[in-house]
Ligand binder design. Structure first.
Ligand code: BGC
Length: 689
């Protein structure tokens, strides 16, 4: 969104004049969504996301329609054949902010073509524990990485003059218990671990923030004045509005006082109750005026900004967006193991494609992030499209280990597709179905947190059975988060994490398997060797404490070696890192490292920069990610990855003084291809007072 500051001032002046002319009832009417349940109950099967939601706002006096809202993180969630991108976690594995910006822009174009003014696509909750059912909707376990990816999506989306929502503020990372759990978290952990990415997207201009369902330190998030007022609005200077999460996010009219501007989806409390609260003096009318100003400010800014292009329904699910979905899938798949079997030759070998997911449209969650694209290329279809003319492919998609082994025996290579579906993980919407009572049957409402990080037993049996034939095996894993693999990884010759790869996922997979391109994704989370190495997690928790440590910071603290570290990913080519250098230019540290592609194939490398806090006199993570760069390199090519760091990358939050401080100690700066393969800069860094 581009709007000159003069226009900002004009809008504020207009609002100065307009707001006093509105009645209390008119103002309060802007503070809630409308008609959600009317439509929800009138549609067969009580489906979400079958039409745009009226999400509040709007003002007849100035000819503004209410906000027209849809989800979601992997594409616009309306039943119009919208483009389905790989899930956010997959895109997190691309570490490609430029790509994420283009995806945001494509989502923005489709949103505008469908008449939306608000797109709820920026899910940036931190992945504290991989069992979280909605891990696929976010980008990973690290706050810096989350912030960069989220900011790129915000900027891309809003470049089409549609508002983006960042959700769910805050500490929303247990699905089944989300309506009740109270997360106890220290002010320091909140500031350093659970909020930096929200601050980053607010700084990037995100127009709206959605409050989470859960409680933080004893207050439901929509009623949490410390989060919404003290931090978001007062300290960070957020100019937009906060709206609640949907079906059970608000518990009373006092949420307005706490900083909630819009109650969704209906005026349960922000209707007569709020009018009454103002009339009785319980709530100051200035609170309502401020909410209305925030809502109208954003509506006016976005509706008046000059559009960069025109929009038409032919933009929805168009070929250019399908290509982008394919690019994202290609850049996000992570090669986890390769005993020189990949890439596969396009002729000669006899290949069997196996597994119950091989020909299944498996795009991820069926909750609010669901997308219904015009078509989807399954793994089997993608492989057939690419090599059917050269290779006599055989396939068995029954998932039966005996049938799979019989086929594998007659082939040189087995490509086995395993993993999860929406049934195993995703949003859990209670009410229609009691999750625990569902047993094995396909049910649209299943999802929620995982009880185990293992592959389904049927997949493990299939892998074992194929391995027993002695045929070489490539295992491709679908899912939205960390899956433990130790019980079968030795049996596989190669392992590729392919996520829920979007509508062109099969095309991307085939191109990687057969060497059209090199895999370049890197894990945006750590995979533990044992689940017992992870922080405490209880999907039914009433209360839980989140501390400063999870993922790689926890493994570092406990000196635990994960099965696969944060930032890890193999390639078909080989990248050599030089020694990183550090130079201070004014108050900025400039870090550089030379990277050479020593292999025979073009490829992309994601260089990562971490700050080491080993000398700190206080309790701190051993290191934290503070920069990353993705470089595309031809064979033999060398490029320099450059990073800049300012003091904020080194600071910690001091609770007693309520401010950020720097330790007066030398900090290490480390660069490398993964969190466990880092080279330090020779120069340590001490910040001047
Ligand atoms: C989800 C949100 C979503 C909303 C509206 C909620 O249940 O938690 O992420 O935006 O529904 O569909």
């Amino acid at each position: 969104m581009t709007i000159a500051s003069a226009d900002h001032d004009t809008i504020e002046m207009e609002l100065d004049e307009l707001i006093p002319t509105l009645s209390l009832k008119e103002k309060v009417a802007m503070m809630s969504g409308k008609d959600f349940y009317k439509y929800y109950f009138s549609v067969d099967n009580r489906q979400f996301g079958v039409r745009a939601y009226n999400a509040g706002g709007g003002c007849e006096e100035i000819d503004l329609a209410p906000l027209s809202y849809a989800d979601g993180p992997r594409g616009v969630r309306l039943p119009n054949g919208t483009t389905c991108f790989p899930v956010s976690m997959a895109r997190g594995a691309s570490w490609d902010v430029d790509l994420e910006h283009r995806i945001g822009s494509a989502m923005g174009v489709e949103a505008r073509a469908l008449g939306l003014t608000l797109l709820s696509n920026v899910c940036i909750n931190l992945l504290r524990h991989p069992a979280w059912g909605r891990s696929q909707e976010t980008y990973g376990e690290d706050p810096y990485h989350l912030g960069e990816m989220g900011a790129a999506l915000v900027e891309g989306t809003q470049s089409q003059n549609v508002m983006a929502t960042a959700k769910h503020l805050a500490a929303n990372s247990i699905e089944n218990a989300r309506f009740k759990v109270d997360v106890t978290v220290s002010e320091r952990a909140l500031r350093e671990v659970y909020l930096p990415h929200f601050k980053r997207v607010v700084d990037a201009g995100c127009a709206t923030v959605m409050s989470a369902y859960n409680q933080v330190n004893g207050h439901y998030c929509a009623h949490n004045a410390h989060l919404l007022r003290d931090i978001l609005k007062d300290e960070w200077g957020f100019e937009g509005f906060v709206h609640s999460d949907w079906v059970k996010g608000v518990y009373g009219a006092d949420a307005a006082e706490a900083g909630l501007d819009i109650e969704n989806p209906e005026p349960t409390f922000f209707g007569e109750d709020l009018v009454h609260a103002v009339k009785s003096g319980e709530t100051n009318e200035a609170v309502v005026d401020e909410a209305v100003r925030r809502i109208l400010r954003m509506q006016l800014r976005f509706s008046r900004a000059a559009d960069p292009r025109s929009y038409s329904t032919s933009d929805v699910g168009c070929a250019a967006h399908a290509e982008l979905a394919q690019e994202a899938a290609e850049k996000s798949m992570v090669l986890l193991k390769n005993n020189d079997i990949l890439p596969l030759a396009r002729n000669g070998a006899r290949i069997a494609v196996l597994g119950r997911l091989a020909d299944k449209v498996n795009l991820g969650d069926h909750g609010s992030s669901n997308v219904t694209p015009p078509y989807a290329v399954t793994p089997l279809a993608g492989i057939k499209n690419l090599v059917d003319r050269h290779i006599a492919l055989q396939s068995d998609t029954s998932g039966d280990p005996i049938a799979a082994a019989a086929l594998a025996k007659n082939n040189d290579i087995a490509i086995v597709i395993v993993g999860y579906t929406y049934f195993d993980e995703g949003e859990f919407i209670p009410g229609d179905v009691a999750l625990e009572e569902v047993s094995g049957e396909e049910d649209a409402h299943r999802g929620g947190d995982r009880s185990s990080l293992r592959l389904p037993q049927a997949d493990v049996d299939l892998i074992r059975s194929v391995a027993a034939t002695g045929t070489k095996m490539v295992v491709c894993v679908m899912g939205g988060g960390a899956i433990t693999m130790d019980e079968w990884s030795d049996l596989a010759d190669a392992i590729l994490m392919i996520w829920y790869p979007g509508m062109e996922g099969g095309t991307a997979l085939a191109r990687i398997l057969f060497g059209d391109i090199s895999p370049s994704g890197k894990l945006p989370f750590s995979i533990p060797a044992y689940e017992s190495h992870l922080p405490y997690f209880d999907k039914h928790a009433d209360d839980i404490t989140y501390d400063m440590y999870h993922g790689y910071t926890l493994f570092d603290r406990e000196s635990i070696t994960p099965a696969l570290p944060f930032g890890f990913g193999l390639s078909y080519t080989q990248f050599i890192y030089g020694d990183p250098t550090l130079e201070m230019i004014d108050d900025i540290a400039l870090v550089r490292v030379k990277i050479t592609n020593r292999g025979a194939m073009a490829g992309a490398e994601v260089a990562q920069l971490y700050v080491g806090f080993g000398n700190s006199v206080i309790d701190r993570p051993k290191k934290l990610l503070k920069g990353f760069k993705r470089l595309e390199l031809e064979p033999g090519e060398t490029a320099v990855a450059e990073f800049t760091l300012d003091r904020s990358a080194f600071a910690h939050y001091v609770e007693r003084d309520k401010c950020w401080r720097l330790d007066p100690v030398p900090f290490e700066v480390l660069v490398g291809p993964a969190s466990n393969l880092l080279k330090p800069c020779q120069t340590m860094l001490i910040w001047p007072e």
